[in-house]
Design a binder for this molecule. Structure first.
Ligand SMILES: Cc1cc2nc3c(=O)[nH]c(=O)nc-3n(C[C@H](O)[C@H](O)[C@H](O)COP(=O)(O)OP(=O)(O)OC[C@H]3O[C@@H](n4cnc5c(N)ncnc54)[C@H](O)[C@@H]3O)c2cc1C
Length: 523
């Protein structure tokens, strides 16, 4: 479903609601494949209406942080919908007072060491404006590794070894972030074929057993929090890491028998990690039967569009094997909502899951490859606004789907809202942490907000400290610094997209201010 169609659909849904017309017949006329049609409820349509309204009505979007966003307006005819009630922060909800009581914009830097604050200063300087950033991006491949390591590696990456990642996890806990999504980052998609898939599988399995499971158990035992409010630990799997010549395997697995066999081996390797995750969940659930969401989760990362057919097939095989009905999901797949086909894809995934009797776990991202996609003009939404709209509709739809149940009955069983966008995070947070949801749907813990380590740290901070949100995790890439260079480059490019958002000059000002304060205190 294109954004245009989806916008028309939302408009019609809202119109039909005001006119008192049944949603089913109207919606069916519009797009039979829409995911919305699988669940034609006023609550969903209101959610979509709210998400679109909040997008259009938010003031000064480019400088948005969770602090300065105002609540979406509530229209009189939407008062009967749960999403509307939950989104109404003008009615005295907890979010209303918190939104008008912003914490200092430099407060979040207090949790970092002086050398980390200095790294933020460097990142701020690199992202001061577009020309400077573009120059940094051009120069980046030539910057010597020791310099990258000294200046930015530690901000964006969790470490080189399992021991270092464990410490990074502990540091996140000190910042109020209970869990993380770890990713052994060995970029292999652009002809870098010095990877050893067997090594990646073994190291990833080891990272689940030695980092994720003990970390999650420690937080459960030591945090004193309700067991259902602790986010799961995630391991992100890059499909290109599970085969030699992975790009061709993912591209040609359907048409070339040689690659078909390789694809089966790739699936087997990913299944080995997912099997470890599944077994851990079964074991831990015996120890803590009161927990609704999974303890640990395997997440399949999305790649460039030309490889995605293979990735979707991989995800489906893993869902079918490990996401059993009536059980917490162990596997989460990724959908890139900047793709104009993404809404249809969500509908397709939900239909396949129903037909084949498995559950869906989804990580919704906007998409990281916009700068390198060859077919950008045909496959990606035409404007950032279209992507934003589509993303907000997607998360609203999945959240409603999950909140419809108290346990593990729904087809969509788990959602990671993977974004730094303040409006999207606010939309999800309002729905999950308002008075209605707080009155006890443990299933809300099946929605988790994720940001990349070193990105949007002020927003993560505000979610936790101001909004008292538990379900936040950080994506923590780890591995040899040389191998993470492509990942770091993408982060730099992404900082460019967010340059007006939470980086650039405000970051320089905040980092300098914090460093001055520390020097002054020491003097
Ligand atoms: C936990 C986590 C996991 C992630 N995993 C993946 C993954 O597996 N695969 C992946 O591809 N990405 C992944 N990403 C990155 C993600 O796709 C985004 O690139 C990144 O989060 C920036 O988008 P945002 O939602 O934070 O919002 P914003 O900063 O508000 O949006 C920036 C994004 O909007 C989109 N955009 C920008 N300009 C335009 C335009 N002119 N037209 C249309 N769209 C536009 C692009 O997707 C761009 O990245 C992940 C991010 C997180 C936080």
């Amino acid at each position: 479903m294109s954004t245009i169609t989806s916008t028309m659909l939302t408009a019609r849904v809202v119109a039909s609601r005001s006119a008192g017309v049944g949603l089913r017949s109207r919606a069916t006329m519009i797009s039979p494949s829409s995911p919305l049609l699988l669940r034609q409820k006023p609550a969903v349509s209101s959610a979509l209406a709210m998400s679109i309204r909040s997008f259009h009505e938010s003031p000064n979007k480019q400088t948005a942080t969770l602090d300065n966003l105002t609540a979406p307006a509530v229209t009189p005819n939407s008062s009967t919908s749960p999403i509307t009630k939950s989104s109404s922060i003008s009615g005295g909800s907890k979010l209303a007072s918190l939104a008008t009581n912003p914490v200092s914009s430099t407060e979040y830097l207090k949790a970092f060491s002086s050398s980390e604050v200095f790294s933020y200063l460097m990142i701020g300087l690199c992202t001061l404006n577009k020309p400077i950033l573009n120059l940094c991006i051009k120069l980046f491949p030539y910057v010597p590794m020791p310099l990258i390591k000294a200046l930015v590696y530690k901000i964006y990456c969790g470490g080189e070894t399992i021991e270092e990642v464990k410490k990074s996890g502990q540091r996140l806990v000190e910042r109020g972030i209970d869990n993380m999504m770890i990713s052994l980052t060995i970029e292999a998609c652009n002809g870098n074929d010095n990877i050893d898939p067997a090594y990646i599988v073994d190291e990833t399995v080891r990272s689940v057993k030695e980092i994720l499971v003990p970390h999650t158990l420690r937080v459960i035992k030591e945090s004193g929090k309700d067991i259902n409010s602790i986010a799961p630990g995630y391991v992100a799997l890059k499909p290109t890491g599970f085969a030699k010549d992975a790009a061709n395997v993912l591209r040609y697995f359907k048409s070339d028998p040689k690659y078909a066999a390789e694809f089966e081996s790739l699936v087997e390797k990913a299944a080995k990690v997912c099997g470890t995750i599944y077994d851990s969940n079964v074991k831990l659930a015996q120890e803590y039967p009161e927990r609704v969401s999974p303890f640990v989760v395997a997440v399949i990362d999305a790649e460039k569009h030309e490889l995605q057919e293979g990735v979707y097939e991989l995800q489906r095989r893993l869902y079918a094997k490990f996401n059993k009905p009536e059980m917490p999901v162990s596997v989460v797949g990724t959908l890139q909502m900047y793709l104009s086909e993404s809404s249809d894809l969500l509908a397709l995934e939900e239909r396949l899951a129903k037909e084949n009797n498995y559950r869906l776990g989804l990580k919704l991202v906007r998409g990281a490859y916009i700068h390198s996609e060859a077919g950008r003009s045909t496959i990606i939404h035409k404007t950032k606004e279209d992507t934003d709209k589509n993303y907000n509709q997607g998360i609203s739809y999945c959240i409603e789907s999950i909140l419809e149940n108290q346990g593990n009955e729904s087809t969509i069983g788990h959602l990671v809202v993977a974004s730094h966008n303040a409006e999207s995070l606010k939309l999800a947070t309002e729905r999950l942490y308002d008075d209605v949801a707080a009155s006890g749907n443990a299933n809300k813990n099946n929605v988790v907000l994720g940001q990349l380590l070193g990105m949007a740290d002020n927003i993560t901070y505000n979610l936790i400290k101001t909004y008292k949100v538990d379900n936040v995790i950080k994506y923590v890439p780890w591995g040899p610094p040389l191998e993470t260079k492509e990942y770091l480059l993408r982060r730099l490019e992404e900082n460019g997209d967010a340059v007006k958002n939470d980086n650039g000059f405000p970051l320089v000002k905040a980092a300098l201010g914090e460093l001055f304060k520390r020097v002054f205190r020491l003097a």
